[in-house]
Design a protein around this ligand. Structure first.
Ligand code: KIV
Ligand code: ZN
Length: 511
């Protein structure tokens, strides 16, 4: 019998801390349902004290997820812990994750606290959280740069106070696999009550070692890994869930534990996170990149045709490639449409949102005869964007190109309910479109990224456009999908503008 490796997903919390990756409550719910379907053990749904929106999102996830434990993050402060507990109240199974920095630099420069005070506050926080739930996780933040003896003291004291999971974060991605693995082994061996808690790791990818460090920790006794879909996360990101899970499963000859994940859900979840956050997956990304199972060289192709094991260590279908099957066609009815959405974990709060998504689906089915799950996700994103109470809405677009003529665009927007129209020329139709929009909005934003991906294959596929813009240090991503990429671009740009002007008063947990 192998030990269980607990998978703790923090896409909705640490993943959301990536600049521009902020998600709405509905978007978080869709991702949470997909994680639940994949049998993720613990879903860290957010940092409830950050803002009323964050609180509501954690609460909504707690209300709708029943198969996974729902976790909320809290600094080691009473008000954070109380707020997290409040948001998690409806959860079938909940966890409070509280943390306090233990490295000399964090204690001195950030907390301005003496080590004694840190121990005391950490113990107090764990006890406070225990008043609400038995399931309490404590993280000594920046453990990867903390003094070993001090770390042992804090951990022993917090386990005594009732922490059931001790998470060792390599907060700044500074560690190397051999030493990080050894650190975990040494902590487990030297802390007298270490058998009373599960040891977990949370690695950042600043040196590209988040997965390597996490796996080294697992080989040395860690039995929970904190990770995110596609490796999303603060700065260079967190350890990628799909890489951890598939490494452990593929190398079952080496690992004495395994997760209980349904890996066939990986691709679907990866696409969903990429679509919602606007962070495209690089083609050569392990497991979920478009080329991860593609063989270009003739020798490889020949080998794979004779026996796939010659060059393939995993089966594409085991991670969900090919599962994006054609779901519905032009003649599918509203009930079939609704039940497929429900199978994907999508349930609209408002009936009119279902109706308008169904109308969009019919429209798309006229243009493109095969409709895939990823198409449906894009349609749902479009509906939710449009039904949100946003100040800028696209009313209509007319763009043209002609050999020898300058590309042109004429755009009508609704600005807080009032219609405005503008015309512009540009280097191409997308450029002309953005110029026309800017002539009405004068946002003062700088465009940092513009990218187009096709959602499925073929020239009739929907194009998915990601736009990243920045203003006064704030960075947001906008997304838009349409079979016409100029329209998709306009939608993405408007989505980003609405986000940049939305008031944001969120607290960052680690600042
Ligand atoms: O990276 C980190 O240290 C964190 C903690 C809050 C666990 O995200
Ligand atoms: Zn982190």
């Amino acid at each position: 019998m192998k030990d269980k490796l607990i998978i703790f997903d923090t896409t909705l919390r640490d993943g959301e801390q990536s600049p521009g990756a902020s998600m709405t409550k509905d978007e978080k719910l869709r991702i949470a349902k997909s994680l639940e379907k994949m049998h993720v053990d613990i879903i860290e749904a957010g940092f409830p004290i950050a803002s009323p929106g964050d609180f509501e999102a954690v609460k909504a996830v707690a209300e709708s997820v029943t198969e996974s434990t729902v976790c909320g993050l809290a600094r080691a402060l009473d008000k954070d812990i109380d707020r997290a507990a409040e948001a998690l109240k409806p959860a079938y199974s909940s966890r409070i994750h509280t943390f306090l920095a233990t490295s000399p630099i964090h204690m001195r420069e950030k907390l301005r606290m003496e080590p004694e005070q840190v121990v005391e506050q950490a113990v107090h926080a764990v006890k406070r959280a225990k008043n609400y739930t038995d399931n309490v996780e404590f993280s000594p933040e920046d453990a990867g740069r903390s003094d070993f003896d001090f770390l042992c003291r804090v951990i022993e004291a917090t386990i005594d106070a009732g922490a059931t999971t001790i998470n060792i974060p390599d907060t700044v991605g500074y560690n190397l696999p051999q030493f990080f693995g050894q650190l975990i082994g040494d902590l487990i061996e030297n802390i007298p009550n270490s058998d009373k808690a599960i040891f977990s790791v949370h690695c950042h990818n600043d040196l590209g070692l988040a997965v390597g460090n996490s796996l080294a920790a697992v080989l040395n006794g860690a039995r929970q890994v904190e990770c995110t879909i596609n490796g999303l996360g603060e700065r260079a990101g967190n350890a990628a869930l799909e890489e951890i899970v598939m490494s452990v499963r593929t190398r079952r000859d080496i690992f004495s534990c395994d997760s209980e994940l349904d890996t066939t859900q990986i691709i679907h979840c990866s696409r969903l996170v990429s679509t919602i956050t606007g962070f495209p997956v690089q083609p050569n990304k392990a497991i979920v990149g478009a080329n991860a199972f593609a063989h270009e060289s003739g020798i490889h192709q020949d080998g794979v045709l004779k026996s796939r094991e010659t060059y393939e260590i995993m089966r594409a279908e085991d991670v969900g490639w090919n599962a994006n099957r054609m779901v519905l066609g032009k003649h599918s009815g509203r009930n079939a449409f609704r039940s497929r959405l429900e199978e994907l974990g999508i349930k609209f709060e408002k009936e009119e949102d279902l109706n308008s998504t169904f109308a969009r689906f019919k429209d798309l089915a006229d243009k493109k005869h095969e409709i895939f799950d990823d198409d449906l996700q894009a349609l749902v994103s479009n509906t939710l964007q449009e039904s949100a109470d946003e100040w800028i809405k696209l009313v209509s677009i007319k763009a043209s190109i002609e050999t020898g003529e300058k590309p042109k665009a004429e755009i009508t927007l609704s600005l807080g309910g009032e219609e405005k129209r503008a015309f512009a020329e540009g280097g191409g139709p997308v450029d002309a479109t953005f110029k026309a929009i800017e002539s009405m909005i004068e946002s003062g934003c700088d465009l940092q990224l513009y990218s187009v991906n096709n959602i499925t294959t073929g020239t009739d596929s929907q194009g998915e456009v990601t736009v990243r813009i920045g203003k006064d240090g704030r960075i947001v991503n906008g997304l838009g999908a349409d079979t016409d990429i100029v329209t998709a671009s306009a939608k993405a740009y408007i989505n980003a503008l609405n986000k940049v002007f939305a008031k944001s008063e969120r607290a960052h947990p680690q600042v």
